[in-house]
Design a protein. Structure first.
Lengths: 361, 389
């Protein structure tokens, strides 16, 4: 079936090959580069600003080679509101957000998808490494590149309007195909960092926006062990950068309390949790589950997968792990899987350790 | 394909192609002293004479450039430097708020890097600079004005400026007056001498000539500081090997544009009015921006309330209808047009506008095709706009 497909093209190799495959599959494809920030370096501020000029050009060039129309959509306002500001306020609340996931949820598959559908498109196509099977998300065949986790937030309705042409290929195959198709982006390095923090200095970015008030580093008993330079720059599970000096044992960040500006640290075993509560559960791979079911859960991007039982209790997701996990940060997503198929997800709000888990250690 | 973007560029006229093809087959650098050089020189000088004759300029007043942007830069920067060197008190650049970026940006740059003082002349709601506005700006201190630049006709909304009146005011104070006439040549009776301007920009590709050839008409005795130094080919004001084939094509295009102007513009104005009426029939709540009558004959700049011009452009493009949002940006994101904003439009109105521009080859079939496509496109674009809010 030929669809009218809007291909989001970042200027990278994956989205270029995805668009090419969608076009080759007979879809009527239009390429769109999402401009996510007003160009801060532009000399012509106020007169005319363009953004991420090089990526935009790479995307345009790829669209030319594929032979599809290409436009730039200005999504800077939505991106700033729903991703950047959300990122900052999540840190301010002591949580550790995943902005890529938020961008998929709010920008690519909400703002862009809504606009596309209104303009007459049937679906949005991206270069995510994920498979679609009967309207459900499945992990990519390339386990190292699998992006089902950052798409786990999508609803069934959103997934119904997606085209993911890359899930059956490895990254190597995608690069080789780009080369074969004459797409100049074939050798472009993968992006890893948070796109809106160009220099990779997340702590600096947050300090600029949230200030860097020094505060105490305490242990679980409340004893002050040292001083930090802004609680929001720490992440649960972090060990480096605490500067606690000659402590006899390794200490890890257990929790962050932004209001008290306190970082609590403790031994590794204190990081172990086996119950996870999440908000806003989404069930894309099955009907909402209200009785515990056996499944697996992933708690961070490229993180370990844990055997668990999970269910929805009122408007919360409850996940009980079979074995405790360490370093589970509020703000990250808990994505549930049945085998390699996504069942649903929720944003982690709290974690705890049952008596059994504590005893078992 | 329905091409309604002649203000961006035009198809090269067959007569121009024929002349350029002939010239490309010949050898010779117009600066060489031997026979081949002399032959090329003759072609260049005949082109110069032809352009001068068509536009009311002496041949020596025609300075060839690579196009409109270079001519505008030469005028703004070159005249500023020359005037400022003669008297360092002259630092003010007065220019209309609706200038093309090829004028605005050099002026901004001069202010940022060269100590110039940049002053925009406000326009009214149809985009026109009132002579009193210029007079007041100059008379605040006539001694510190380096130059004035006001375009002949606006590239976005098509408004024609009272150039002769404005130039006369500058002249009273001995201040050089530049006008960007890129959109006006072929559409308005452009006569350099009669206009009273000191410098005038034109380019070939807007009138069926080749891209890459333009000129700055420059009064005798006015010597801007060059941007390009080298062989000094053009009055020592502009260096670079003369592009003989392009200049021949350029001259042919200017000659044809001047010869055919009356009948061409009458036809375009009629077709333009039909286009506006047709669009209005499909979408009754449109607004035609710019002057209702005193505007470029091929220009229709229309606001479609409640939708984004970008979305409309995409939908029309998908249906084979090519137009513009008016403010092209090579890397992509179009900002709300500074022209519309200067005319007092809201950012929302500025974003909801499209420019349709007619030219040679435009016909009633094009207008009918647009009439058929615009209604459904606006409906969709409005739905998308509502989603965003």
């Amino acid at each position: 079936m030929s669809l009218r497909v809007l291909a989001a093209m970042s200027g990278g190799v994956d989205s270029a090959v995805a668009a090419a495959r969608a076009a080759e599959a007979g879809h009527d494809v239009t390429g769109v580069h999402l401009a996510l920030s007003k160009n801060p370096q532009s000399y012509r501020t106020g007169a005319r600003g363009c953004c991420t000029v090089e990526d935009s050009r790479d995307a345009r060039r790829a669209a030319d080679v594929i032979g599809i129309p290409f436009y730039v959509w200005d999504m800077a306002e939505e991106f700033d509101r729903d991703v950047v500001q959300d990122f900052v306020s999540e840190y301010a609340a002591g949580r550790t957000p995943n902005p890529c996931l938020r961008c998929n949820e709010k920008i690519k598959f909400e703002a862009v998808l809504d606009r596309a559908v209104a303009l007459g498109f049937d679906a949005v196509c991206t270069g995510h490494h994920v498979r679609l099977a009967d309207g459900r998300l499945r992990r990519s065949v390339d386990a190292a590149k699998d992006q089902s986790y950052v798409l786990g937030v999508l609803t069934r309705e959103q997934i119904a309007h997606t085209v993911f042409p890359l899930g059956h290929s490895t990254k190597e195959e995608v690069r080789a195909e780009a080369e074969r198709r004459g797409l100049a982006v074939a050798d472009k390095p993968d992006s890893h960092d948070i796109c809106f923090i160009a220099d990779g200095d997340t702590a600096g970015f947050l300090n600029e926006r949230l200030g860097s008030e020094p505060g105490p580093i305490k242990d679980e008993s409340g004893e002050v062990l040292g001083t930090h330079n802004g609680a929001h720059t720490y992440t649960v599970g972090q060990r480096k950068g605490l500067n606690l000096g000659g402590a006899p044992e390794r200490r890890y960040v257990l929790s962050i309390e932004p209001v008290a500006n306190t970082v609590t640290v403790g031994p590794r075993e204190s990081l172990q949790v086996d119950e996870i509560i999440g908000r806003r559960p989404v069930w894309s791979g099955c009907d909402p589950v209200t009785e515990p079911i056996a499944c697996t859960v992933q708690l961070r991007a490229h993180g370990e997968v844990y055997t668990c039982r999970a269910w929805q209790r009122d408007d919360e997701l409850v996940v009980r792990l079979e074995q405790p996990a360490t370093g589970v940060a509020a703000g990250q997503a808990a994505v549930l899987y049945e085998g390699d198929t996504v069942l649903g997800s929720a944003t982690i709000t709290s974690t705890s350790r049952s008596a059994e888990a504590a005893a078992a250690f | 394909m329905v091409y309604l973007d002649h203000a961006a560029t035009t198809s090269v006229r067959p007569e121009v192609i024929a002349d350029m093809t002939e010239e490309f087959g010949r050898l010779g650098n117009a600066s060489s002293l031997h026979g081949a050089g002399r032959r090329a020189r003759r072609a260049v000088e005949e082109s110069r004479e032809s352009i001068g004759e068509a536009l009311g300029a002496a041949p020596s007043e025609v300075v060839f450039t690579s196009g409109g942007t270079e001519a505008d830069n030469l005028a703004v920067k070159g005249l500023y430097w020359a005037r400022n060197q003669a008297d360092p008190a002259r630092r003010r650049i007065l220019l209309s708020a609706v200038e093309h970026h090829a004028v605005l940006d050099p002026a901004h740059w001069m202010a940022d890097r060269q100590g110039a003082v940049y002053e925009e002349l406000p326009v009214d709601e149809i985009g026109r600079v009132h002579p009193e506005t210029l007079r007041a700006a100059i008379e605040r201190d006539p001694t510190d004005v380096a130059l004035v630049s006001v375009m002949w006709a606006n590239n976005e909304v098509g408004t024609v400026q009272p150039v002769a009146e404005l130039a006369a005011i500058a002249r009273e104070h001995g201040i050089p007056f530049h006008t960007d006439a890129v959109q006006a040549v072929g559409a308005e009776p452009v006569d350099f001498a009669a206009s009273g301007a000191t410098a005038l920009t034109l380019t070939g590709h807007k009138i069926g000539g080749p891209v890459g050839a333009g000129a700055l008409l420059l009064s005798r005795g006015v010597d801007p500081v060059p941007l390009l130094h080298g062989g000094g080919q053009e009055r020592e004001v502009r260096s670079g090997t003369l592009m003989t084939p392009l200049l021949r094509g350029f001259a042919t295009a200017v000659r044809l544009a001047a010869e055919e102007r009356a009948s061409h513009t009458a036809r375009l104005a009629e077709l333009r009015d039909e286009l506006v009426a047709t669009v209005r029939k499909a979408v009754p709540d449109i607004t035609l921006n710019g002057h209702p009558v005193d505007r470029l004959p091929g220009n229709a700049h229309i606001s479609f309330p409640g939708c984004e011009g970008d979305a409309l452009l995409m939908l029309l493009d998908a249906g084979g209808i090519e137009c513009s949002t008016g403010s092209a940006c090579s890397a992509g994101v179009a900002q709300p047009s500074h022209v519309l904003l200067a005319m007092g439009a809201s950012a929302e109105t500025a974003r909801s506008s499209l420019r349709f521009s007619l030219g040679h080859g435009s016909d009633r079939g094009d207008v009918a095709a647009l009439g058929g496509a615009i209604g459904p496109a606006v409906e969709r674009a409005r739905a998308a706009w509502n989603k965003r809010r």
